[in-house]
Ligand binder design. Structure first.
Ligand code: NDP
Length: 321
């Protein structure tokens, strides 16, 4: 099968992270085509903030395609403390990776933006045309501006070099291999870890903030499948939002309830409203994705949460935390 297709080699930066591991799993479970070689790398293979190490990596693997996931990533409280680092590290990584894609004649590079980098003051739903329309939320301005510059780089590489490098815009991702660190994690992995400890220790569950903000969450397996589709079939330079629909937006409290149910946690749940809520909502439209893939079925939220909780319990000793 696929023997008529030319051989391609896909290098996945950030291959050891939440999204990279999900892509690897989907590929290894039958999605790989016979003309494809997939290489998943982590910071142990190269520090992508360093141009020479990045060059050596590209020299070694000579990829024809790149899925560029590597980034300094973190939740609200990590961002609030380290905007400068989020900006400088991510700028360096993105410039080096895209420069090497061009130098080594990579045909296609798909990089990763995020729905949390869109303007703070905006109309809803957010769509792909609005990335640069105004300042991002104060809490994560470093990460946001660095991510937005990927789109600037992609447009520049098209204009000056004729390259077709593009980006996708996922909403909040969660799943196995997430970062479950209580200080730095995104909301779902942080809550999963907290409920685990509250249940184990017989203590109340303390949730930061009011629980009222609204979010769209995508299961890492779904995002992995959409990423693979993007690298094979999406040929625009303009970004594309990879998200569940607007109708699937849930409150943080809904997410807490789903996790509590998955653990069958019976203890008290306390919302600490002295802690920051972050942006109230960032509802994104997946209409562009739906134009291409009208039939894609997302994993139901409750099922995805239950699978993630199950993974965390089984892998508690070795999980990133
Ligand atoms: P993770 O934090 O799980 O993984 C980050 C990956 O980047 C790891 O493989 C890490 O390697 C690698 N990395 C970090 N710094 C460097 C470096 N200096 N050199 C080489 N590799 C490095 O991230 P996610 O999987 O959650 O995110 C993947 C992409 O998706 C990112 O671009 C992120 O911005 C984007 N995204 C994520 C969302 C989310 O909710 N998680 C939402 C929207 C977008 P190592 O394991 O060795 O440290």
């Amino acid at each position: 099968m696929n023997s008529h297709l030319p051989p391609i080699k896909i290098l996945v930066t950030g291959g050891s992270g939440l999204v990279g591991k999900a892509i690897e799993k989907v590929i290894n479970e039958g999605e790989k085509r016979s003309n494809e070689t997939w290489v998943f790398i982590s910071s142990k293979d190269a520090d992508l903030t360093n141009l020479e190490q990045t060059r050596q990596l590209f020299e070694e693997h000579k990829p024809t395609h790149v899925i560029h996931l590597a980034a300094m990533v973190g939740g609200l409280f990590h961002n609030l403390r380290h905007n400068l680092q989020f900006f400088t590290k991510n700028m360096a990584i993105n410039q080096n990776v895209l420069q090497c894609c061009d130098e080594f004649d990579v045909h296609k590079c798909v990089s990763c933006l995020s729905t949390c980098i869109f303007p703070d003051k905006t109309t809803y739903p957010i769509d792909e045309t609005m990335v640069h329309n105004g300042p991002p939320h104060d809490s994560n301005f470093g990460y946001s501006y660095a991510k937005r510059m990927i789109d600037v780089l992609n447009k520049g590489y098209e204009q000056e070099k004729g390259r077709k490098y593009t980006s996708v815009v996922p909403c909040n991702v969660f799943g196995p291999h997430d970062n479950y660190n209580l200080e730095d994690a995104h909301v779902i992995p942080a809550l999963i870890h907290k409920v685990y400890l509250a249940q184990r220790d017989g203590t109340p569950l303390e949730v930061f903030g009011s629980g009222k903000p609204l979010r769209q969450f995508i299961y890492s397996t779904d995002l992995a499948k959409l990423f693979i589709w993007t690298v094979r079939h999406y040929n625009e330079v303009e970004p594309i939002i990879l998200s569940v629909g607007e109708e699937d937006e849930v409150s943080i409290q809904d997410a807490v309830n789903a996790i509590v149910r998955a653990f069958d946690f019976k203890g008290e749940v306390i919302y600490d409203t002295s802690k920051a809520d972050g942006q109230f909502k960032k509802t994104a439209s997946n209409a562009k994705l739906r134009k291409y893939l009208s039939d894609y079925k997302f994993t139901p939220f409750e099922q995805a949460v239950a699978e993630s909780v199950d993974w965390f319990i089984r892998n508690y000793e070795t999980a990133r935390k």
